[in-house]
Ligand binder design. Structure first.
Ligand code: APR
Length: 247
């Protein structure tokens, strides 16, 4: 496997108009918008026990604690703004078909203007019936109350995929990765499956750019181009090259 350590300026560029760019994002792309990542120092999992706030068992044991955890995060998301990386990815749509597959539950990609976003782990601005996960509802403001119920009368929970729950969009995401002509990974430690396995569904001959100040370990993947930069630096640079270059 041959991989290059590159800054965005000397990239082996490809990119023809109308090609399909698939981007997989993680918490790192929203870090510079002020939203905590999970596994960096002082990350979310430093302050909370995953078992207690991000599992169905935790919800059963203490739903109010879980609700409070997501209400606080929802408040930060509403107060946050998309950053230069989110806006740059939205600009890619000027010349490419672009699909963003995100592990993030924030809506910063949509607020930056991206029009095709697949949320693998749910969306924090929606609630879902605790009886039927297909029943989802927009949340007005940042607070989902413990007294709010779905049309079946069951308590509303955050529309988020918890550890141990199925990832309904994973098949869709695998198929999208298989169609990629260009693949970009931004701001994920690749610590959580099945999302972390998606890189393996991108065809061998496709160039795979990884933008992260701490490049995560990726094994047996060809065509890797590592850009060791923060998202707000690396993503706009790469997008500029891809937009200035389509044949
Ligand atoms: N720019 C780009 N990347 C960054 C930045 C930044 N400014 N700051 C941190 N990062 C990188 C880190 O180096 C790390 O690789 O973002 C990544 C964050 O990794 P995690 O905190 O593990 O987040 P993520 O990979 O999205 O976690 C995946 O785990 O807890 C679950 O459901 C949760 O969706 C989440 C999943």
């Amino acid at each position: 496997m041959e991989d290059n350590k590159n800054t965005a300026s000397n990239l082996p560029l490809q990119g023809a108009r109308g090609q399909h760019v698939v981007i997989l994002t993680g918490a790192g792309i929203s870090a510079e918008s002020g939203l905590k990542t999970f596994r960096d120092s002082d990350g979310l999992w430093d302050g909370y026990d995953i078992e207690e706030v991000a599992t169905p068992q935790g919800w059963k044991r203490n739903p109010a604690l879980v609700q409070e955890f997501y209400n606080m995060r929802r408040k930060s998301v509403i107060e946050a703004k998309p950053n230069a990386a989110h806006f740059a990815l939205a600009r890619l749509e000027e010349k490419y078909k672009v699909t963003i597959i995100t592990q993030n539950i924030d809506d910063l990609h949509e607020r930056a203007g991206s029009t095709d976003v697949v949320h693998l782990h749910g969306v924090i601005t929606l609630s879902q019936s605790s009886k039927n996960p297909n029943l989802t509802y927009p949340i007005k403001g940042w607070e989902l109350g413990m007294d709010e119920v779905c049309e079946l009368g069951s308590p509303l929970r955050p529309h988020v995929v918890w550890f141990g729950e199925a990832v309904p969009m994973i098949e869709t995401a695998m198929n999208i990765c298989d169609q990629a002509d260009i693949f970009i990974l931004v701001g994920s430690s690749l610590a959580v499956y099945p999302a972390a396995g998606l890189v393996g569904y991108v065809r061998n001959e496709v160039t795979k750019y990884i933008i992260d100040p701490k490049i995560p370990p990726v094994y047996n993947i060809s065509g890797l181009v590592k850009i060791e930069e923060k998202a707000t630096i690396g993503v706009p640079k790469l997008v500029d090259e891809l937009l200035n270059d389509p044949k």
